[in-house]
Write a protein that binds this ligand. Structure first.
Ligand SMILES: [Cu+2]
Length: 370
């Protein structure tokens, strides 16, 4: 090491020590002056400090109130609505769904944060509808809101089923009907202007169309990436996957080591041009739009614009806890992060439910397996 480099190094060390002392003094002063706030930042030159109770930026110790929460993310994760099934004269399958739009309820979208959500079937995101390629999809849409709303599906269908030009008035009904094609993963959303208002309040969901020959058996889940602009400045204050910031950090998603995991991932984030998904300690096969059975990419990160979506397939080689999150740091730090808890197969009792691990471990009669 030459002398100039040594001088620079000493200078950097002195700067760090000085900054540390200033930061500690600043924190101590802050704690004396205000009892409920903490000072963050100040450790990076050029960036300021700010005070927060921590309850909005990182509500890690608080749950949402289940009675008023906009969605139960754990239930939503693996809940697929296949509709009421009947058959037409020619034997083809008819799947009938009822979807009700509402726009007047105020619900908890993060611990202590209530927001006027606009919902399909009372949750944000709306229900995950599922059909098989070639099925007739019939959606009985009811507008219980105070303004016009519609359902616009991505996919192939006639003009009058596109949910754009014919707004459904408050109290009105409409039946959307089309053949499910092609197979893939499709967003649906209200298409009334101003569009950003109807989307940012929560009127969106996912339609999955399965190929006629089903994909391989897997532990399947749906993940909708969204955000909330709670101060109406056309910038998001919260970012989530499946409706509640940080939810899967507090409640890790239990999966089984070696088991094929399939995620139907959709980006309906308003205002921000990009969003992404990064998986820790693993890579996944990515099927863009889900319209092919051949993966487009083998990667650990996928970036999507608004409305883009795809299917991720992976399995974990080692047990343990692993994060997944937006690799846009701001989004991750405002709620878009979660975790998987990978368990060894011998501890996983009921692979189809992934919920009964404690029971098996404490019940020696079945040797931990049932
Ligand atoms: Cu609308």
């Amino acid at each position: 090491m030459s002398h100039p480099q040594a001088i620079v190094l000493v200078g950097v060390i002195i700067s760090i020590l000085t900054l540390g002392v200033v930061t500690v003094l600043g924190s101590a002063k802050d704690e004396n002056s205000t009892s409920n706030t903490k000072q963050f930042g100040g450790h990076t030159p050029g960036y300021g400090t700010y005070q927060t109770t921590g309850s909005v930026l990182d509500p890690t110790s608080l749950p949402t109130d289940p009675k008023n929460s906009v969605v139960d993310p754990m239930k939503f994760l693996r809940e697929f609505n296949h509709g009421r099934v009947s058959h037409s004269a020619d034997g083809s399958t008819i799947r009938e769904f009822t979807v009700i739009a509402s726009d007047q309820s105020t619900r908890e979208i993060s611990p202590g944060v209530n927001y006027n959500v606009w919902t399909f079937n009372n949750t944000v995101p709306g229900p995950t509808l599922r059909a098989t390629e070639g099925d007739l999809i019939r959606i009985n849409f009811i507008n219980n809101g105070s303004g016009f709303h519609t359902m616009h599906f991505h996919g192939i269908h006639p003009s009058e089923m596109d949910g754009v030009f014919e707004g459904i008035a408050p109290g009105g009904k409409f039946t959307y009907e089309f053949i499910a094609e092609p197979f893939g993963v499709f967003p649906y959303h209200c298409h009334i202007q101003p569009l950003e208002e109807h989307i940012t309040h929560g009127l969106y969901g996912t339609l999955i169309i399965d190929p006629k020959k089903p994909r391989a058996n897997a532990d399947e889940m749906v993940m909708m990436m969204n955000g909330y602009d709670t101060d109406f400045d056309t910038e998001n204050n919260f970012y989530t996957v499946n409706g509640i910031p940080y939810y899967y950090m507090h409640h890790p998603i239990k999966i089984e080591e070696g088991k094929l995991i399939r995620i139907y991932l959709v980006n309906m984030l308003e205002f921000d041009p990009l969003n992404n998904f990064h998986l820790h300690a693993n890579l996944f096969n990515f099927y863009k739009t889900g319209t092919s059975l051949v993966p487009d990419e083998y990667t650990d990160i996928v970036t999507m614009n608004q409305g883009e979506r795809g299917i991720l397939e992976f399995s974990y080689k080692f047990p343990g806890k692993y994060m997944f999150h937006a690799h846009k740091t701001e989004f991750a730090e405002k709620g878009w992060m979660g975790s998987f808890l990978v368990t060894e197969p011998e501890n996983a009792v009921n692979a189809s439910s992934f919920t009964n691990i404690t029971t098996a471990i404490t019940n020696p009669t079945n040797g931990g397996l049932s």
